[in-house]
Design a protein around this ligand. Structure first.
Ligand code: ZN
Length: 506
């Protein structure tokens, strides 16, 4: 039986590539947190240079020779006679290599440059709320993404080639019926909530809250979750994110608004969930696919599990609400737990995805997935987007944005060329409930533990079941290993129906 020891020459190459990528990640983190605004143009070049170098090294003759000595290029698999970690490492490295190799380097450079320009155009268009200013760039990007899909190859839809970048193995043919099922139950549930006659007053979480104290409370929750500050940091950025340079250096960011308590709080918990995943990867495998997170859907499942299944649960606040009240006595001392719990779970359709509640969030995603799939398949024209966007908002959420800035221009994804990214948000939501339900089955004390502020058993469970495996298994395989099922909307729908049924007395 051949083991990872045989693969050392390849792993050394991969390690070198990963170190270059990690250096680029440090530069990106700095760009989003501390870099002075004037540094932007030079920084973009610095990052592009490192990324170009990493790409070059990955598609090099040397890596190709090593890989083809071990992998059957026709199947992308290693032949019999290797142990499981080695087979996984070879399968996943081959996947990365062959995808990178299919894209001509001139194309990679062109795409990268056009995306930088498109992002700048998008920022201006959004500021002025004028879609026409973004339209020419958007057309260019869509053309390039269609071209990319042709290079990568696909069976049914060119959209699958792009989706596969973020969620290996996912296809729109598999996702579309599942998303339809979700929509067919979410839209009526939303109507029932709106017709329930129950109104939730969330003014208690929109008083004035000292920003430093909000940050302090966010840190306290992160520590309770087991986020290790010896191997991490919490900083401020315009859009919260998590980045990892190594399992020993995983950073999260948040944002803080004086009159919006949930914003800082839940972005800390959300990014903390991402951070725990990255801190839980096996450092021995740093550099190889076995030391990398599995997919964006899996990553998002970790953040949403902590943010929603834990952070928006009654059990969690049984322990943490008295601490929060103690932190903000003036604002919260007379607000009972029930009122606070309702306030952080209030359902209110809004135009902005990142502000959406648990119930309406996925409707925002479906709208985007419908549109981007149709764009890539050339079934609709970019010129018609604002109208299409508003019509779909009306039918899914019953509201229409007043301005394009709050509608079709709100997300950065398309300007970055990230077509196929959106479905992973919904996948993450579905997986989050599946994993949490499984944890609940396997950890009989889970609810009492959470209610007592003991969050470490859950973190350990996630680490053992998901984090430490890296890309050892495919997403579908790991989901089945953990829960016995592939991705499934049923647990998520049941969870929402129960939670909001109770809250809105349906
Ligand atoms: Zn996230």
């Amino acid at each position: 039986m051949k083991t990872l020891a045989t693969l050392e020459p390849l792993m050394n190459r991969l390690l070198e590539i990963r170190r270059i990528q990690s250096a680029a990640s440090v530069l990106s983190w700095d760009q989003e947190t501390y870099m002075p605004a004037g540094g932007g143009a030079a920084r973009a070049e610095q990052i592009a240079t490192l990324e170009g170098l990493a790409h070059e090294k990955l598609v090099s003759r040397e890596v190709e020779t090593l890989l083809t000595g071990w992998v059957d290029p026709a199947t992308g698999q290693a032949p019999e006679g290797w142990d499981e970690p080695s087979r996984s490492l070879l399968r996943e490295t081959w996947r990365d290599f062959s995808r990178a190799k299919k894209l001509p380097s001139a194309f990679v450079v062109r795409l990268s440059r056009e995306c930088s320009l498109a992002q700048q155009a998008w920022v201006t268009a959004r500021e002025e709320s004028r879609f026409s200013k973004f339209l020419p760039s958007l057309k260019t990007i869509i053309g390039l993404k269609r071209e990319e899909a042709q290079y990568l190859g696909y069976r049914d839809s060119p959209y699958d080639a792009l989706l596969d970048t973020y969620e290996p193995g996912a296809t729109i043919a598999h996702l579309a019926p599942m998303f339809r099922e979700l929509r067919e139950r979410l839209v009526p549930l939303l109507k029932k909530v709106q017709g329930s006659g129950v109104t939730i007053d969330d003014s208690c979480v929109h008083q004035r809250f000292d920003q430093a104290k909000q940050m302090e409370f966010g840190r306290l929750v992160l520590v309770a979750m087991g986020y290790d500050f010896e191997r991490g940091r919490l900083d401020l950025s315009a859009h919260p994110f998590t980045t990892s340079f190594h399992p020993t250096d995983v950073r999260v960011t948040t944002r803080v608004f004086e009159t919006d308590l949930p914003s800082c709080l839940f972005s800390c918990i959300h990014e903390g969930g991402h951070g725990l995943y990255d801190q839980g990867l096996d450092p021995r495998y740093y550099g190889s696919p076995l030391g990398e997170s599995l997919s964006l859907g899996f990553h998002e499942s970790q953040s949403r599990l902590w943010e929603n299944c834990v952070g928006r649960s009654r059990a969690f606040w049984r322990c943490f609400y008295p601490i929060l009240q103690h932190t903000f006595p003036e604002q919260l001392a007379t607000v009972p737990l029930d009122r606070f719990y309702a306030a952080i779970n209030r359902v209110a359709p809004s135009c902005i995805r990142v502000e959406a509640d648990e119930l309406t969030y996925n409707l925002h995603i479906m709208l985007r997935v419908d549109i981007e799939q149709a764009l890539i398949e050339n079934r609709i024209q970019p010129d018609d987007l604002p109208e299409l966007w508003n019509d779909t908002m009306q039918s899914y959420l019953g509201i229409v944005p007043q301005r394009d800035a709050d509608g079709v221009l709100q997300d950065v994804h398309w300007s970055m060329g990230a077509f196929g990214y959106f479905p992973t948000y919904t996948l993450g939501n579905l997986y989050s409930v599946q994993f949490f339900e499984q944890a609940d089955l396997e950890l009989p004390q889970l609810e009492e533990d959470i209610a007592a502020g003991r969050l470490i058993p859950l973190r350990r469970w996630l680490e053992q079941k998901i984090h430490r495996w890296g890309r050892m298994f495919t997403p579908d395989h790991l989901a089945r290993r953990v829960t016995g099922n592939g991705v499934n909307p049923e647990p998520f729908l049941r969870y929402l129906e129960t939670k909001y049924g109770e809250l809105y007395q349906l």
